[in-house]
Design a protein around this ligand. Structure first.
Ligand code: COS
Length: 383
């Protein structure tokens, strides 16, 4: 194992940490109140190159390896979660299908604009009747000559409202489903029959849009099948591979958020005086801080090792699921403890830990719930 961090990644992490501290932290409450990430912040993110971290340089991205990308996610995890979700579909679930299985023509056509952040891409798998049971989707794509006609609707789509492009999973053979019957399509905004539906009101993630997407006799040419003719019916495997990676980067972001919560709680415990001394002098508080730090340390090692193994070409389906399971559950415990250390203040909106407590709740659910991660881990063990 070699987790030596290349100089350019270390410098990039420092730049991003400065971006979070100087540009995001002073406006975190404004993002909450407006429920929007200001456009000038999005522009800065474009300039930092973080919309194209995993896209190869040949297509205009940074071409980072998995470990480099996880380090950036860990750093950005310190900011409002909506900052991460704004660019993460371009790096992860939205674009990875094209990156892994797209034709050369699709890569050339779409990846440069995705990498630069000029265009936003979303990922549409989930439906009202297909959440954890991803292969139960009902959205159909019927072939008619040189195009497919998509009908159905998707829900809980991150960046759905602002997406210029969407990777859509649809049934092309209802008998075969996960094994040869689901196909991945690229649908462009403005395509007739494609529309944005209801905007969800969420517990947290303010500043990030989550919407329904509707497809009504939406015609998509065959060349928009990710991977072309050869990959018709192979979309479920594309989705699963994409999620393997998404789960790892989400684990990395959870480590960063947990670290930030620990730092806030540590500082608060030094500042807050009760019974005549800073509360950090009490061993019960010290025990909480020590427990949080230890769990963060463990989660971070899982992420780095899994990323490193992925970069060595190893299949990390099980390790990515373990990292997602542990780091997101760990984050839940850490933000809860950090809020407890803040006492009554932690329950107030003016303290960032209140936002973090709400934002942290969803990571145990999306990109595969903790229960799904356990299924994935157990299946790998029993193979
Ligand atoms: N990589 C590549 N292929 C994979 C894979 C992976 N990680 N996981 C499964 N597959 C393949 C299988 O190998 C199988 O193909 P073969 O029979 O040819 O080998 C096919 O996909 C079907 O797999 P499986 O039988 O495991 O499908 P299930 O319907 O049982 O679903 C789970 C498996 C539960 C793992 C899947 O539905 C899942 O991940 N659900 C959660 C979805 C999710 O994360 N949603 C979040 C919203 S999207 S942001």
């Amino acid at each position: 194992m070699d987790f030596t961090i290349p100089e350019e990644i270390r410098m990039m992490c420092e730049t991003i940490k400065r971006f979070v501290e100087e540009d995001i932290d002073p406006i975190w409450q404004k993002i909450e109140e407006d429920d929007e990430v200001p456009e000038y912040i999005v522009q800065k993110m474009r300039e930092l190159g973080i919309f194209g971290m995993c896209v190869p340089e040949a297509y205009g991205g940074l071409g980072l390896d998995t470990l480099g990308e996880c380090l950036i996610y860990e750093t950005i995890g310190r900011a409002n979660t909506s900052i991460r979700t704004r660019f993460s579909t371009n790096n992860g679930i939205g674009s990875l299908g094209i990156l892994y299985h797209g034709t050369e023509a699709q890569k050339k056509k779409y990846l440069p604009d995705i990498a630069s952040g000029k265009k936003t891409i979303a990922f549409a798998l989930t439906e009202p009747g297909a959440g954890s049971d991803a292969s139960a989707i009902k959205t159909v794509a019927e072939r008619k000559g040189d195009h497919f006609v998509i009908n159905g609707s998707k829900m809980f789509i991150t960046n759905g409202a602002i997406a210029d492009l969407v990777t859509v999973m649809a049934l092309t053979d209802p008998q075969k489903r996960a094994r040869g019957g689901i196909t991945a399509f690229i649908v462009e905004k403005g395509t007739r029959g494609f529309s944005v539906g209801k905007h969800e009101k969420k517990m947290g993630l303010r500043g990030s849009t989550t919407t329904e997407l509707n497809f009504e006799d939406c015609e998509v040419p065959v060349e928009n099948v990710i991977g072309g003719e050869a990959r018709i019916g192979q979309g479920f495997k594309t989705a699963m591979r994409v999620l393997d990676k998404g789960r790892l980067t989400l684990a990395a972001a959870s480590v960063g958020m947990a670290q930030k919560a620990l730092e806030l709680a540590t500082q608060y415990s030094k500042d807050r005086v009760q019974f005549g001394q800073p509360i950090c002098q009490f061993q019960l508080i010290q025990g909480m801080l020590a427990q949080m730090a230890t769990e963060i340390f463990a989660g971070r090692q899982m992420v780095y090792r899994t990323a490193w193994e992925k970069d060595q070409g190893k299949d990390v389906t099980m390790e990515a699921a373990m990292s997602k399971l542990y780091c997101t559950e760990m984050l839940g415990r850490v933000v809860d403890t950090a809020l407890q250390i803040h006492g009554g203040m932690g329950y107030m909106k003016e303290f960032a830990i209140e936002r973090m407590y709400r934002d942290a709740r969803v990571v145990r659910i999306y990109e595969g719930s903790s229960e799904i991660q356990k299924i994935v881990i157990a299946r790998e063990l029993l193979k």
